[in-house]
Every structure is written in C-alpha cells, then in structure tokens.
Design a protein around this ligand. Sequence first.
Ligand code: NAD
Length: 448
Amino acid sequence: RHEPVGGVMKVAVFGLGYVGSVTAACLAAAGHDVWGVDVDTAKVGPITQGHSPVVEPGLDELVADGATSGRLHATTDPRVALERADVSLICVGTPSTPAGSTDLTYIKRAVRDIAEAAQTVLRPASGFHSIVVRSTVPPGTVDEVVEKVLADVPPPEGLTFGTAMCPEFLREGSGLADFYAPPFVVVGTRNPKVGTALTDLFGFLGRDVEVVDVRTAEALKYACNAFHATKVSFANEMGRIFRHFGVDSREVMKIFVQDTSLNISPYYLKPGFAFGGSCLPKDLRSVLHLARMNDTELPLLAGTLATNERSVRDVVDRVIAGPGREIALLGLSFKHATDDLRESPNVELAERLIGKGYNLRIYDAIVNPTRLVGANLRHVQSKLPHLQRVLTDDPSAALAGADLAIVSATDNAAINALLEAPPARTIDLIGRLGADVESLPGYEGVGW
Ligand code: NAD
C-alpha cells in the first residue's frame, strides 16, 4: 500500500481493459480518488461489484479493496467521472485497421467525451485539467488528433486543458508488478503543469518522471515493442535452424545473454513459439504502416513479422509430417497467466489445424469462454466459434486419446499430466519439459 505524495487527486480513467483496470485499481490503492469509465457495461459492472473485469493475477483483490475503501468507482457516464477531476488518463484500445494502421476512433471519442463534459461538469479547483494518453498511439497523435478535437470543442472560461503522452509498459500476466516497477516513467508534454500533475499522481512509485517531447514519448513505446518482437523472432530463428542439428537453443541463448558486451536482458530471448497478444503484432504492423506511408523501407522489422508468421506455419508442417489426427493443445492464450486471446498464435494454430481436419482438445487453466468480453470475445468468435466444445480446464481430459500433444503457453499441471500419460508424439514449443523429456516416446522438441 502507498499514500499519495502530492495529495489525493481525482482521476478519470477512460477504458477499463487490461491497462485501464490495472491503472485504476493501483491508483486507488495509492490513495487517489479514481473513477473508471467504459462504454462497455461488461467492464463497468464487475468493478462496481468489487471484481476485476479482466483476468490479471492479484487484480481481483485490489479492485475489491478499492471498492471497499470507496476510492475506486466505475461508470458508463463520463460526466460523473469527470466532475471536478484533475486528470484524465486515456487507456482505450488502439487496434489495427485492416490496412495495418492504428485505429484512433476510440481515442477521439474519449477526448470528445472529456471536452463535452467540460462544458457542464468538469470544474477542477485548480481550473486546470490534464488529458493524458496512455494508449499506444503513433507520433503526432496528441498534437494532431487530441489537440484538434479539443480545438473543435474549446473549454469554457476559467478552465484550461493540458495534454500529454505517458506510455504504459505493463505486460499482461504480470500487470500489477509491472505497473509498480515500470522500466521508466516518461511524460511527453510541452505543458509544465501536466508534468507537475503527473509527478504528483505517480509520486507513490518513488521514481523520477522524465519529461520529454510529446513525439518522443509516443515513439518510445513502438521502439520498445518492436525491439521485444525482434528479440523473439531472432531467438526463434536460432531455434529453427539449430534444431536440425539437435541443438537445445534455449541453452545457447542462456549463455548468449551472459555476454557483457551485449548488455542484454534474457527476456524475449527464449527460443519457442511466435509472439502474440494485443500489442506486439499490432504495434509492429503500425510501424510498418507508418513506413509505407512515408516511402521508407524497414526490412528488419518486416522480417520480424514474417518470421513470426512463419513460426505458426512451421508447427502446422511438423504436425502434418507425423501420424495421428487426435491432438491435445496445451495452452491457448498467447502466454500463461492471462486470458487474452487476441492474436494468440495458439488460437491461430488451433484454427489452422481444425481447418485441416484434425480433432483438437485444448487445455487452458484460465481461459473461460463464458467470461470473455469485448474485443477478446469477438476475436474468439471469429476464429474458434466452437471453442466451448473443445476447451477443458483438465489437462488429463485434453490428453486422453491424443496421438500428439503440443506444449505451448501452459502450466505445470499440464506438464505433469503429460509426463504421467504421454501420447505417442509431443511437440514442445516452450522448452518446459526439461530433463524428463527423454522419457517421452516420440519427443521432438529439442528445447525449441
Ligand atoms: P482493451 O481492449 O483490453 O480495453 C480497452 C477498453 O476501452 C475496452 O474495455 C473498451 O470498451 C474501452 N473503450 C473504448 N472506447 C471507449 C470510450 N470512448 N470511453 C471509455 N472506454 C472506451 O485494451 P488494453 O489491452 O487495455 O490496451 C489499451 C491501450 O493500451 C492500447 O493502446 C494498447 O496498445 C496499450 N497497451 C496495452 C498493454 C497490454 O498489455 N494490454 C500494455 C501497454 C499498452
């Protein structure tokens, strides 16, 4: 628990998905007066009843605490949230358009909601309100999109707005820990008052706030995600070539990262399966789209994405190369400890194998089709409409009668069930089977 260093602020958090609900609950735990806003009642409803609307370790408890202490509220009405608020944090989705650009519709809507509320209810004591984008947006969005909406609906006399970009770096599955220990706290703004407001708001983190140019802050998040994705594709390419030589490439990379001249963290460098989720693929596509629009070639990043797509195809080819039609897929979300299925390579893999006539039984400890909401639910409905019929939370049930097990983003329960009753063949995508692997008939993972 923390107490706000610069005093209690009233904060409106727009968008209560993975980023917004963690942000709202953590700011409330820090002592701020937080109002979450979402257009989707499936997000607002749980928070008002003291539950998290998304699966994220520890978040349910934090939301319950916030509801009990009276510091965390949620509403679909922006005016209620904005009454006398000091800061708005915009955490709405910024999905890819079919062409790969960033869809800023939800950002524009949230800013317009704030500007319209300003006409009647938004009356902070200071006469100043900070509008801060935390969603990932291309450079120029705050200057050219947010400021334009505000210029169209100017604030009434006695109220001024200041805008900023403050990128969020949490990762799903470790969202709370990441929120409290971000790699950096960077604010892009040209308004010193916003810098001060955010220094007060995030003072409980005990970190210096680095104030930079708005576009630097916007670009920073893309640089981080493009680099993470490139690390994954690099490690996967090492795995893909050296598995032909019987090399355990995880072992190779474990030693590789010890090279002090590289000064590189081991994260994202474990050869395994494709990267996925709602950020890395979309943000990479967004950078590549910006490049196309500016007649700039980025062959490295284009290759990062191509390698990733190749990873899924390779697994399909390896399945086809062997016998058997009954498959147990262990792990469905893009990594363990999250139920986010958007752009999960495991969903993609399942869809392709089902399309080729394989019978799949899928184990996932967390994914519950009846609890999926919003974009996550829509994604599954379009890819695996019959998921409920083939999904189980019992790994032994998924493995019963299987010719082949594919070990993906899964947990120890699945590994133990697999070791107890191994099917004829196992493809290990995450190198979790370790030393016991030799005992599995038909094992062909080689730590890849
Ligand atoms: P999400 O899809 O889980 O949640 C977005 C929420 O915004 C939805 O609940 C939606 O209903 C709501 N929304 C849409 N329009 C709204 C409006 N006008 N007013 C209020 N609510 C509205 O998205 P997310 O995963 O939380 O990501 C949000 C942003 O943060 C994205 O730009 C993403 O790239 C970025 N980001 C995500 C992560 C992550 O790990 N998920 C990490 C860092 C940054």
